[in-house]
Ligand binder design. Structure first.
Ligand SMILES: Nc1ncnc2c1ncn2[C@@H]1O[C@H](COP(=O)(O)OP(=O)(O)O)[C@@H](O)[C@H]1O
Ligand SMILES: [Mg+2]
Length: 336
């Protein structure tokens, strides 16, 4: 394997912050996943995953997204047959990372949601047009679709008031759902949005008027709802809190064992000294992000020394790197 391919493999197995390369590398969180699946099975309810940074919120939201799309692997893993997702319709899903929303406020977030729907809607219209072109005798079917695409194009040529962003989202969603599946938006890192008032009001409205077709799943780095959602007391009835705590050591160890096996399957020559992974788990204190980062950095430290057996010494190097990252001022002084 090339150096770059090698680094990519390590980053997919132990990503420490970004997405795992494959959902089968995920461990634990079964109860939370079942809670989310059940919440989405109940019309109008919206799950929100809260917890500290690095505890696994984005990963859990991703697994829940896969389950909502009907991924057999994820559903089997939580024994979803028992929870009745079986004959239900699955969702078409969309993902919004709030860290990339500009401006980072409620209207900006609604804008990002609308933009994804516009893009999807355009795709739908295009594929309809192609279908119509392919079948010569069906041109009658073209008329209403052209009007739809014009409505969201340039309002000036119709002389109509442009719809508000909320109306636009609802109209686009209604049309998309009429042609396909209900829609689920994952809104990741809601804590990055400064003023969620507009979004909160929108959530409340949607849960009333579109309780099954347009759904939301939220995550946020926070301890309580009020930190990430304005007017949360008005949302209490339908926003369902999924609190994500530290991961049990047994799950962290399973995660590292599974990762080590995968690395070997992918052709990396890596072994861990006995007892090294249990110490790594203890140091990680329930945070999968820390465990993934230390595992990855220990392996790289061993490689730099030309060794395939990862030992305590390499873990110590990885720990020093981690600590110096946490103390940028101190490391700058040292390098000065
Ligand atoms: N259930 C899990 N199974 C395996 N690894 C996980 C799991 N949850 C998190 N991780 C690891 O921890 C890292 C950080 O998780 P992430 O979901 O990004 O945390 P958060 O969103 O809470 O900050 C991920 O990149 C992954 O390496
Ligand atoms: Mg996250």
């Amino acid at each position: 394997m090339t150096g770059a391919g090698h680094l990519r493999t390590l980053a997919e197995v132990f990503p420490a912050g970004s997405r795992l390369g494959d959902p089968s590398l995920a461990v634990g969180r079964e109860n939370e996943l079942v809670d989310i699946v059940r919440t989405l099975q109940t019309p109008g309810l919206c799950p929100i995953i809260l917890g500290p940074k690095g505890v696994g919120k984005t990963t859990l939201a991703w697994l829940a997204e896969l389950a909502a799309k009907g991924s057999a692997d994820v559903l089997d893993a939580v024994d979803a047959a028992r929870y009745g997702q079986g004959d239900e319709e699955y969702y078409e899903t969309f993902w919004v990372s709030c860290g990339q929303v500009v401006p980072a406020d409620g209207p900006g977030l609604l804008g990002a949601i609308a933009e994804q729907l516009r893009r999807r809607h355009k795709q739908m219209v295009t594929s309809r047009l192609v279908a119509v072109e392919q079948s010569v005798n069906m041109t009658v079917g073209l008329t209403p679709k052209v009007e739809v695409s014009r409505k969201y194009g340039t309002p000036a040529d119709t002389g109509e008031q442009p719809p508000s962003i909320e109306e636009e989202i609802l109209e686009l969603a209604t049309e998309l759902v009429a042609e396909g599946s209900p829609l689920l938006f994952v809104i990741d890192d809601l804590d990055m949005i400064a003023d969620t008032q507009a979004f909160s009001a929108f959530l409340r409205m949607v849960s009333g008027i579109s309780p099954t077709d347009l759904r939301f799943m939220l995550t946020g780095t926070a301890v309580w709802l009020g930190e990430v959602l304005a007017d949360h007391w008005q949302l209490g009835r339908f926003v369902i809190l999924i609190e994500l705590g530290r991961m049990p050591d047994t799950d962290l160890l399973r995660m590292l064992d599974r990762g080590a096996v995968r690395l070997r399957e992918l052709g990396l020559d890596v072994e861990f000294e006995p007892d090294l992974l249990p110490s790594l788990v203890t140091i990680s204190a329930g945070f999968p992000s820390t465990a993934a980062q230390l595992a990855r950095d220990s392996i790289r430290a061993a490689e730099r020394m030309g060794q395939t057996l990862v030992t305590r010494r390499h873990l110590d190097t990885a720990l020093r790197d981690l600590i110096s990252l946490l103390q940028p001022a101190a490391s700058m002084r040292r390098h000065a």
